[in-house]
Design a binder for this molecule. Structure first.
Ligand code: ADP
Ligand code: MG
Length: 562
């Protein structure tokens, strides 16, 4: 055929393909979930485009996914009447992996199958999962609005190459034919397919139909009849009490492209001035690109059940960029755009309500399940520490969720809250003390800690990059000032006994002349020389002025060439 073109997979796609097939083999039935998920996305996209151009429906507006099989040919076919793809889109979407950070992702692979399959899950290489069970995949697709003669066929055996050709296809949308590998015959089976759909794709909002199986004497005489296998209503529109945990989990996998289960979710309908439903998830694991500025973030936005956009980032602050979910509004216009979202004051109130939901969800985990919260903190604690700077209104609430390493345990595990700290404060202590250093060991062995250790006063040991930034915005918690032990004059006065005070005065008097002489000698080097009571073993230490930059902040600026 003149229009057939053979192309090589992009190197990265090839690498991924190989990995996929080998690391996901133990969970091979997920191929169906991935293909159904794509078909559902394609239906969402068509509905969205058709808002402005109803002609795209071509008199076929009953969107659905059809699944069929042929035992003799050993094939399974998944077909949708969604948006379809043009030739360029087929090449772009199925021949390359255009996602940002692919190279970074590949460099994170360890060669350990278990760990890698987890990473692959985060990457979400959905379509290629077809090759777990098939040794040949044929995709036939026609874009909504294109003519029947402008359809495309993509065909590959999952190795180095694929073919693209122009075909004739009257019905709009995408059909994927899987030629099952030898040994995978089990999937060309109605009962098996139905149970996989039920298990993984029940939450999909459009009908997944199969032909009814006919049995008995006159099976051949009966006209084929369709049946819908799934519940086929948007999951978030159903009452909470009727949704199982498994359904919530599968829905999460569909919207997040994550293979792992979510840590927790919160599903709410708000009625009143604003009318909307939200379903928010906290993932179990941080994505490999959590700190990449271009990482997609935000919620899936629907307006009255119609999909509007992915990655609507206006509904949550940046420090909650790891949250996945859906928000479905009854008040927004179907024509809403990102620009409009940015200006709409209603979005601001939804954003603060959703932010509170997330904070409440976290608070619940913290109070009820310490292990789960520790897991959360390990993955997302660094990001949460950006919170007080970005979200001043919720500063105290965020602060109550922070965990720190402290001199209480003296280990680098961040597992103590500010409330834990306060509960252990010494009689007369009115401040929360902390030390910041470039790594945990430096913090732990800081000479500034000597007097605190001697007096048995706990100090937070901070060594994350974001910590100076955090403390610069936190300032106080529960009416207690946060005090850097490396800054300014330390007034531990009310923690000293009368004898200690007297003793200190005597020492100061005794060293008066010495201090004066040091001041003269060091006049160009230091601003001030003081007798200190904060050291017990080291003879002297340098202190930053009360209003000067923190040591870590200074190092960061120096590193940036300032
Ligand atoms: P993801 O779904 O995470 O984008 P996939 O590998 O599952 O990644 O799919 C890659 C892309 O191929 C999709 O983003 C979509 O653009 C396109 N695609 C896959 N299946 C279909 C389909 N049934 N209809 C239209 N486009 C599809
Ligand atoms: Mg997909």
């Amino acid at each position: 055929e003149a229009s057939t073109e053979t192309r090589g997979f992009e190197t990265e796609a090839k690498q991924l393909l190989h990995l996929m097939i080998h690391s996901l083999y133990s969970n091979k039935e997920i191929f169906l979930r991935e293909l159904v998920s794509n078909a559902s996305d394609a239906a969402d996209k068509l509905r969205f485009e058709a808002l402005n151009n109803g002609a795209l429906y071509e008199n076929d507006s009953e969107l659905r996914i059809r699944i069929s099989f042929d035992k003799e040919a050993n094939t399974v076919t998944i077909s949708d009447n969604g948006i379809g793809m043009t030739r360029d889109e087929v090449i772009e979407n199925l021949g390359t992996i255009a996602k940002s950070g692919t190279a970074q992702f590949l460099s994170n692979l360890t060669g350990d199958q278990k760990k890698d399959s987890h990473l692959i899950g985060q990457f979400g290489v959905g379509f290629y999962s077809a090759f777990i069970v098939a040794d040949k995949v044929v995709v036939q697709t026609r874009k909504a609005g294109a003519s029947a003669a402008d359809a495309v066929q993509w065909e590959s055996e999952g190795e180095a190459e694929y073919n693209v050709s122009t075909i004739e296809k009257t019905d709009r949308g995408t059909t994927i034919i899987l030629h099952l590998k030898k040994g995978q015959e089990e999937f060309a089976d109605g009962w098996r397919l139905r149970s996989i759909i039920k298990k993984y794709s029940d939450h999909i909002s459009l009908p997944i139909v199969m032909q009814k199986e006919q049995h008995g004497e006159d099976a051949d005489d009966q006209a084929p009849e369709d049946e819908t296998i799934n519940t086929a209503t948007a999951l978030w529109t159903r009452p909470r009490s009727e949704i199982t945990d498994d359904e919530y989990k599968e829905f999460y996998k569909h919207i997040s492209h994550d293979f792992a289960e979510p840590l927790k979710w919160s599903h709410n309908r708000v009625e009143g001035k604003l009318d909307y439903t939200s379903l928010l998830y906290i993932p179990s694991n941080a994505p490999y690109d959590l700190y990449n500025r271009d990482t997609p973030r935000g919620l899936k936005l629907y307006v009255q059940r119609t999909f509007i956009m992915d990655e609507a980032e206006q509904f949550l602050p940046l420090y909650m960029r790891f949250i996945k979910g859906v928000v479905d509004s009854n008040d927004l216009s179907l024509n809403v755009s990102r620009e409009i979202l940015q200006k709409d004051p209603n979005i601001d109130s939804m954003r603060s309500a959703l932010t509170k939901r997330v904070l409440d969800m976290l608070d619940k985990i913290r109070k009820n399940d310490a292990d789960k919260y520790a897991e959360f903190w390990k993955n997302f604690g660094q990001v949460m520490k950006e919170g007080p700077a970005e979200d001043y209104a919720n500063k105290d609430k965020i602060a109550s969720l922070l965990l720190f390493a402290t001199t209480h345990n003296d280990t680098d595990v961040q597992d103590q809250s500010l409330d834990d700290y306060i509960a252990r404060m010494k009689e007369g202590q009115d401040k929360i003390y902390y030390v910041v250093a470039e790594n945990f060991n430096t913090a732990k062995h800081s000479p500034h800690l000597e007097v605190f250790r001697k007096k048995g006063i706990e100090v937070l040991l901070l060594s994350d990059r974001v910590d100076d930034w955090l403390m610069g915005h936190l300032m106080e918690y529960d009416g207690k000032q946060l005090q850097d032990v490396g800054k300014g004059a330390l007034d531990l006065g009310n923690l000293d006994s009368e004898e200690e005070k007297k003793e200190q005065e005597q020492v100061e008097e005794q060293f008066k002349d010495f201090v004066e002489r040091l001041k003269t000698v060091l006049t160009d080097e230091v601003e001030e020389v003081r007798v200190t009571h904060r050291l017990t073993e080291s003879p002297a230490c340098l202190v930053v002025g009360e209003h000067d930059m923190g040591a870590q902040m200074r190092r960061m600026l120096e590193a940036a060439g300032q």
